[in-house]
Design a protein around this ligand. Sequence first.
Ligand SMILES: NC(=O)c1ccc[n+]([C@@H]2O[C@H](COP(=O)([O-])OP(=O)(O)OC[C@H]3O[C@@H](n4cnc5c(N)ncnc54)[C@H](O)[C@@H]3O)[C@@H](O)[C@H]2O)c1
Length: 283
Amino acid sequence: MAIKKVFVIGAGTMGNGIAQVSAQAGYDVVMSDIKDEFIQKGMATIEKSLDRMVKKETMKEADKATVLARIKTTINMKDAKDADLVIEAAPEILDLKKNIFKQLDEICKPDAILATNTSSLPIGEIAASTKNPARVIGIHFMNPVPVMKGVEVIPGRHTTDAVLEASKEYVKKIGKEPCEARDYAGFIVSRLVDALMNEAFYCVMDGNKPEEVDKAIKLCLNHPMGPLELCDLAGADVVMHGLETMYEEFGERLMPAPLLKNMVRSGDLGRKTGRGFYDYTQK
Ligand SMILES: NC(=O)c1ccc[n+]([C@@H]2O[C@H](COP(=O)([O-])OP(=O)(O)OC[C@H]3O[C@@H](n4cnc5c(N)ncnc54)[C@H](O)[C@@H]3O)[C@@H](O)[C@H]2O)c1
């Protein structure tokens, strides 16, 4: 399964990053979206990112031009017909992704790998919308794509070993490290970070001060950010939605803490409302 041509669906936050790192690694890339203005925005983000690298002298000006020349764009998904690997980075809506995969299944070569960058949706369910679930896999990049070294690779129940191995090879070739995860809610990263955050909520309920919980995790475990600061950054409502998904999958072990529910009900969602575990109205 030689991968030469990578087709990226979605030119947003994740899609343009995936297109960039793939082009940097020498792949021929096509970045697609539903409107030309979204493509232009995505290309502008890639150019800015490459400019930063040239400024920092981690890339030569001539190489920037070569990388940009490797990225073609389209608003027609049918242009995926000769791709070896398709990576879907459209919004996190199950029906939308299932519809895209159903179309890709018709458009693409029979041996093309169809990957989704979903953060949380079941790979098996997306794969089930195709006639050949054996070639569907999760390749879950972290944000910001050009910076983060780890990529979760998630085979579904029917994904072949050949597809898994070729996907891991691709991740290595773009200079990143594949972390193989099973197809259960939250894979590895979101599941563990949600569990850490939830237990941090209980620590606060037990009387620990938020700033002491965050300080302990940062200074004693070397995390760059504490779990409560992270909750305020992501938004308590977003964290609660994630935990509810975990609860459906794993039951009581990951039931959202009452404190989190209370904060969401009260509108204390974190930075975006000015108040969460910390007060942002004075900053
Ligand atoms: N943003 C993150 O931090 C992050 C991290 C990891 C994974 N993800 C996952 O990556 C995926 C994309 O997230 P994002 O933050 O880049 O979203 P985004 O909203 O920034 O970009 C999505 C893009 O997909 C386009 N799109 C919609 N339907 C399309 C179609 N049929 N064909 C082509 N393009 C289409 C939209 O116009 C938009 O430009 C989601 O599944 C998300 O859960 C996001």
